[in-house]
Design a protein around this ligand. Sequence first.
Ligand code: NAD
Length: 302
Amino acid sequence: MDKKIAFVGLGNMGAPMAENLVRAGLDLTVYDRVAEAVAKLSAAGAKAAENIGAAVKGAEIVITMLPGDEAVRRVYLGESGVLVHAKTGALLIDCSTINAQTAREVAVAAQERGFRMIDAPVSGGTAGAAAATLTFISGGAAEDIDAARPVLEKMGKKIFRAGESGAGQAAKICNNMLLAVMMIGTSEALNLGAASGLDPKVLSEIMLQSSGRNWVLEVYNPVSGVMENVPAARGYTGGFGTDLMVKDLGIAMETAETTEAATPLGAYALDLYRRHSAAGNGTLDFSSILKLIESQKLARLG
Ligand code: NAD
């Protein structure tokens, strides 16, 4: 593929995703507001841009991987944003996890100015980003998602179309609410096991072969020393930040309110992750919620 591609947002996820595009030999220009992030990608072979305008100039495909709604609005709709500087007709792919409503608003603004846009949030974590095994959960016109496939396939394995614009975000947020609850449930079980004198490695193996089996036990164990190459093995750094999980659960609760869907465990999970963040753990990986559970006694957790 000889298309000119721009990539904006080179954080824990964006950097390894962009690296995979460079490795695949694509013509890539990158930008992040953090200069060191741009320098790192430039050393890996990407062209460095000094602002969004320079990054997207002449690009046929623009990919963004930003923290949340505010950043996505600013990068696309801002005075010096993508919609002002990108070439008309370009395919815009937002991989950030944001509110479906925001995704639809930005996509409508993009379409009004002659762009094609899809939402394509991802699942698979930083390990999936590095290994190019992400799952893309996309929303938008089927032909636009098909047009994005060749480039998404360089960063991931599965590409789902959940429905029209915003549907990718809606599906992603359901998944992450479940993940948040599953991480707390798994941490609780492992903490109860440790309190009962069980070895967390042995208990994890048992539950992996029993009805408690889940993704957290398979690839993201929260207890340090049980698995290699997970955030728990490196002091809960370099993964999916607690504050990002708080953001996603906030979106889930907003969605629950507007749709009147009951989400009692999602609401309690948000409360626990918020407390964990308020105690100074916002930038640590969300699996560090185990520490909150370990530090509390039954009566105090409430
Ligand atoms: P991150 O905070 O590590 O990276 C975000 C990057 O965006 C940063 O480098 C930041 O400097 C850059 N940025 C922010 N505003 C910008 C602006 N206006 N212009 C240019 N750059 C800007 O976050 P992350 O962990 O890479 O996550 C990115 C998105 O992917 C989030 O929406 C998150 O919810 C989602 N996500 C993360 C994971 C994970 O495991 N980390 C997994 C799935 C989905």
